[in-house]
Design a protein around this ligand. Structure first.
Ligand code: NAP
Ligand code: MG
Length: 497
């Protein structure tokens, strides 16, 4: 088959440790044989981040703003131990944090489902995607350990000096106190990202807060979402046949557990933190969780939700085999390539992404999987190492393309001038002026002639019919066929024979 062409490069962010090893294997085994891959490569591996004073992370985020779609490998967020391990100049910040801040994005996390790994919640049949607001609230709070009796007040001083003052509590003894904030701008971005993502996925959007108790703080979230929905998205949602549904957080939790899944659940920062771990675990495994960062102006960064799988990497460095699950990283690639295909109007690239995902899930469903999944599997299966698993996926993918080619082939039985019948395959079509021509090669008997026939539309039968072509046109079409398909057929020049 011909390799699938791309028009715009994907922003490729390489990473660390075991996922970096898998990254290269995924490209070599699953992508490069099928796609003429175009990427703008950024090495976000910790040594190169350190060499560039983390500039490479900033550059990769800017490239994502420019091109619109990125795929990211898991990266190390340095801590004290990593400082010595990698001999770092500085304890660099989390690349994900830097990229998220620059794109002002919302992170959507969704589990990858395979039949054979049953969710803990019996009713769940479809993935539940959690959209977590990643700014403010308790993650940016100010706290006081109240030592004893005293008065707590909430004070806001405007730039012009105007004061708003409200009593919090008259403490009679020791206690605790905390101040939270959020920003309209951030909530608005979050809302847009959620509505766009729901339209993109054609899934219902749920949003939940505790607005009955938090009548100003949480209620503002609810109001902003509603306002933006009514103004910007209502029509598009109705046209897409999806709904926006607001409910209280406790009601949402009860409904989620009773649901069959298949929707996006937007959560405030803390709710999203807690609920995403619950949902991920109940669906099966962190190694089967994808993550996509979506900016309010529609830029996408795809990655796996797990980290660099350090424990496996240390075993790999000692030369041991590892059975690390590459599925979430494969789905990061397929997600990014599919999005690139959609934006650039490349149906072959979109189809490739679909087939890659099907081949991956198909491999697992055939009972071949990494160890982490084998532990969750219902029934018999074979646990393999990462390389064997990727090889099995590559085989399935190649087979899917072969089947696809066969499905596309057009076979037909023709009645020849002498009254006999023979099977032909239509291998080439060409348009000359108003007229269409087809080249047919014999399906079985190689000694029979290749035919060039004119294609007409038979209105009565409501199908194509093939009639004898004008010899001059037939010769022209045959030459075109020969030029375009020289690499597929061995043409013997009769004069030289
Ligand atoms: P982790 O890499 O997700 O791994 C934790 C454990 O989960 C592994 O030891 C392994 O368990 C299991 N696991 C995770 N992914 C797996 C996979 N694909 N296949 C099989 N098992 C898998 O988390 P971590 O050990 O806490 O963090 C390691 C490094 O990753 C840290 O430096 C952290 O900063 C970084 N990190 C990066 C990102 C990101 O870039 N998005 C996210 C999180 C963490 P067993 O060992 O029991 O098999
Ligand atoms: Mg958490």
């Amino acid at each position: 088959m011909q390799k699938i062409q791309m028009t715009t490069p994907l922003v490729e962010m390489d990473g660390d440790e075991m996922t970096r090893v898998l990254w290269q294997q995924i490209k070599d085994k699953l992508i490069l044989p099928f796609v003429d891959l175009k990427t703008e490569y950024y090495d976000l591996g910790l040594p190169h981040r350190d060499e560039t004073n983390d500039q490479v992370t900033v550059d990769s985020a800017n490239a994502t703003k420019k091109y619109g779609v990125a795929v990211k490998c898991a990266t190390i967020t340095p801590n004290a131990q990593r400082m010595t391990e990698y001999n770092l100049h500085q304890m660099w910040k989390s690349p994900n944090g830097t990229i998220r801040a620059m794109l002002d994005g919302t992170v959507f996390r969704a589990p990858i489902l395979v039949s054979g790994v049953k969710p803990t919640v019996r009713t769940w049949e479809l993935p539940i995607t959690i959209a977590r607001h990643a700014y403010g609230d308790v993650y940016r709070n100010t706290e006081i350990r109240v030592p004893g009796a005293g008065k707590a007040e909430l004070v806001f001083t405007g730039e012009d000096g105007t004061e708003i003052r409200k009593p919090i509590f008259d403490f009679k003894g020791p206690g605790v106190l905390q101040g939270l904030h959020n920003l309209d701008k951030s909530i608005v971005s979050f809302a847009h990202a959620c509505f766009r993502f729901a339209l993109d996925k054609k899934q219902d959007l749920w949003f939940s807060t505790k607005d009955t108790i938090s009548k100003t703080y949480d209620h503002t979230f609810k109001d902003i979402f509603q306002e933006i929905y009514d103004r910007d998205y209502k029509e598009a949602f109705e046209a897409a046949g999806i709904t926006y549904f607001y409910t209280l957080i406790d009601d949402a939790v009860a409904r989620v557990v009773r649901s069959k899944g298949g929707f996006i659940w937007a959560c405030k920062n803390y709710d999203g933190d807690v609920m995403s771990d619950m949902v991920a675990t109940a669906f099966g495994s962190l190694a089967m969780m994808t993550s996509v960062l979506v900016s309010p102006d529609g830029k996408y960064e795809y990655e796996a939700a797990h980290g660099t799988v350090t424990r496996h990497y240390y075993r790999y460095l000692k030369g041991e085999e590892t059975s690390t699950n590459p599925v979430a990283t494969i789905f990061a690639w397929s997600g990014a390539l599919r999005k690139r295909g959609e934006l650039d109007n490349l149906p072959d690239l979109v189809e490739y992404a679909d087939l890659l995902e099907q081949a991956t899930l198909g491999t697992i469903e055939n009972g071949i999987m990494t160890k982490d999944l084998a532990l969750l599997w219902n029934g018999e299966c074979t646990a393999v190492n990462s390389t064997q698993f990727l090889d099995a996926i590559a085989e399935n993918l190649a087979a899917a393309y072969e089947e696809d080619d066969e499905d596309d082939a057009e076979y037909m039985t023709l009645t020849l001038p002498d009254g006999s019948k023979a099977d032909y395959e239509l291998v080439y079509r060409a348009q000359l002026g108003e007229d269409e021509y087809a080249v047919l090669v014999p399906a079985d008997d190689e000694d029979m002639d290749v035919l060039v026939l004119q294609v007409i539309y038979d209105d009565e039968a409501n199908e194509e019919a093939f009639v004898e072509a004008d010899p001059e046109a037939a010769a022209t079409v045959f030459d075109l066929f020969r030029d375009d398909c020289a690499d597929m057929y061995n043409f013997v020049d009769e004069d030289e024979e």
